[in-house]
Design a binder for this molecule. Sequence first.
Ligand code: KG4
Ligand code: ZN
Length: 343
Amino acid sequence: MTLILGLESSCDDSAVALVGSDRRIVAQAVVGQTSAHQPFGGVVPEIAARAHVEILPDLIRRVLNDAGLSVHDVDAVAATAGPGLIGGVMVALLAGKGLALAAGKPLVAVNHLEGHALSPRLADPDLEFPYLLLLVSGGHCQLLEVRGVGDYRRLATTIDDAAGEAFDKAAKLLGLPYPGGPAIEELAKSGDASAVPLPRPLVGSGEPHFSFAGLKSAVQRAVAAGEHAHEGIAASFQQAVVDCLVDRTAVALGKTDAPALVVAGGVAANQAIRGALAALAEREQRRFSVPPAWLCTDNAAMIAWAGAERFAAGLTDPLDAPARARWPLDEQAETVRGAGVKA
Ligand code: KG4
Ligand code: ZN
């Protein structure tokens, strides 16, 4: 058994976890910054970076204390090295380097997306490679064939907004607080999903790419028209996202023999999305796996776990490993026509 200390600060959550290679979560803590960013309706990079500097050192002490351990007891230190808001990324990475240097432990520089991508294997010991991963978060919306640790083939990405970004923008239009995903899911419970006709961008196209910008514009028009209850708009919007995710994932399943369908990332916390993808997997006779909701949104257990998988594969990093704002999982994937910076 090896024990990994994981550190995360790439967006607006500061997080620390101690995870064993036997999948035991020894201790962990996540401190969000929602209230600091809420007045701005989205994450403000400078505020996030400063908050990580204030929060992370105490959080590391707290998690080690909870476990009754010191950094000398761990086998490696895993820290997110990107992609993300660079000022924030640097906080956990520099803290990780400092701890690794002081305690003479190896450093594992973890790709945040690999954290999400491997998180289902932390929760589900029977999930083996390869699997088709729908990775849906605030910054990313991709379909990836996960072949092994560090071995990814991207089948699709978004040509404009990420799924979580679409939830956040729609929520803002509806006057709901940031982050928009949970707020829309809650409001949608009391709305009629067929109340407002909304587009399903790219549904039916042969390549499994995503697009959400047109859906957001349609929500904007529906809100401006003032004819529909906000509950109905929220429910109709969520249903449109569900339909897009299911259709696009079905196309991707046709392009891989992977026996399992897996969904991860913050948007995978959504119950309607989980249910619809479970049904798709059953129709397509694939095994279905999704981590518990707390493991879908940003946390450090997934970073420690990705660190454990990489450490077991002999993949450690030098102390000058760079912090990266952009870091695709599949470096070979081509840029998709129409794709913005979030590809
Ligand atoms: O993975 P994550 O915590 O951070 C990133 O790496 O981006 O994902 C955050 C995103 C936000 O856009 C948030 O609105 C969305 O995940 N999200 C949800 C839900 N919970 C979080 N979207 C839909 N339904 C939810 N229940
Ligand atoms: Zn994330």
